[in-house]
Write a protein that binds this ligand. Structure first.
Ligand code: SAM
Length: 310
């Protein structure tokens, strides 16, 4: 899809480039903060699944505005271009070694905020995608139990699907306030939302673990057992200026900031192109005029898989 049609299609994509954010998702975190003030008093934060880095940009700008020594640790499987004030780690959030590496950067202190916008590669099979998303959320939660201070805040992407009520109930055992936030910049057509968990207070004697002890394998049974006081109803909160931009609408290009000299919309390049995109090899082969299926197949055989790279 060409640059122009994508620019036309999505108002937040365009605004992100105009305001210098690496991804449109920056607005989701900003709108969550508008509603829940999650950055208030925070000087140590962790951004899980951070690449290409728009949430880390938001954290860096907002936290360092109040305290330039604020510490932000960002983790992703993918490499990410440098960001001032952000310690970047390349790692898998499902591994305990990643939790340990994060902690090592806090010099014995704990983070007051952990955010996770993680998303596994989508397969298109809804049940599998939902399951993978909930597993990633639990991995993020498990890491948080290692690094989050008492009364801290945890925000993570969640799919509003079958098993969401079980996740809400489980999070309520660890946090005093749990809400489901739908920022204005998250398309209504998407089941994506964000679980905002505030005031971390784990059950007495709880020992942080990386095992998914919360999510029972047979979650059908677990969900149906959520009756009476075991079932929690959490607030659903729409965030962002509701009279503002609508992420599901298509806006004509001329409604955004125009270049005053040209009086027409000027396309902008992306703020930070991916450092090692999966299509890098194809681009290189194309540049050298060697892109054909046989060369690509041969070369791809030589590219190590993620597991082999470890
Ligand atoms: N919040 C980011 C931003 O604003 O730029 C966008 C995050 S992107 C939607 C999802 C990221 O999750 C991808 O970069 C992907 O590499 C990462 N991810 C998925 N599974 C992961 C895992 N197990 N460990 C670390 N990162 C993971």
């Amino acid at each position: 899809m060409g640059k122009t049609s994508k620019d036309k299609r999505d108002i937040y994509y365009r605004l992100a480039k105009e305001e210098g954010w690496r991804a449109r998702s920056a607005f989701k975190l900003l709108q969550i903060d508008d509603e829940f003030s999650i950055f208030q008093g925070v000087t140590r934060a962790v951004d899980l699944c951070a690449a290409p880095g728009s949430w880390s940009q938001v954290l860096s700008r907002k936290l360092r505005e109040n305290d330039e020594k604020a510490k932000i640790v960002a983790v992703d499987l993918q490499p990410m271009a440098h960001l001032d004030g952000v310690i970047q780690l390349r790692g898998d959030i499902t591994e305990v070694s990643t939790a340990q590496e994060i902690i090592s950067h806090f010099d014995g202190e704990y983070a007051q905020l952990v955010v996770c916008d993680g998303a596994p590669d989508v397969t298109g099979l809804h049940s599998l995608d939902e399951y993978m998303q909930s597993q990633l959320l639990l991995a993020a939660f498990n890491i948080s139990t290692h690094v989050l201070s008492q009364h801290g805040t945890f925000v993570a992407k969640i799919f509003r699907a079958r098993n969401a009520s079980l996740l809400y109930a489980q999070m309520r055992k660890f946090f005093k306030h749990v809400s489901c936030a739908k920022p204005k910049s998250s398309r209504q057509s998407s089941c994506e939302a964000f679980i905002v968990c505030q005031d971390y207070c784990p059950p007495e004697g709880y020992v942080p673990t990386m095992k998914n002890i919360l999510f029972e394998e047979d979650y059908e049974t677990a969900v149906s057992s959520l009756i009476g006081c075991n079932r929690v109803v959490i607030p659903f909160v729409a965030c962002g200026d509701l009279s503002g931009w609508d992420s599901d609408r298509v806006y004509p290009l001329d409604t955004t900031t125009l270049d005053p000299t040209q009086q027409r919309y000027v396309n902008r390049d992306v703020v930070a192109p991916p450092t090692e995109p999966p299509y890098k090899l194809a681009c290189e082969l194309k540049k050298s005029g060697k892109l054909n299926l046989t060369s690509l197949e041969g070369s791809l055989m030589a590219v190590p898989s993620r597991a082999q790279r470890k």
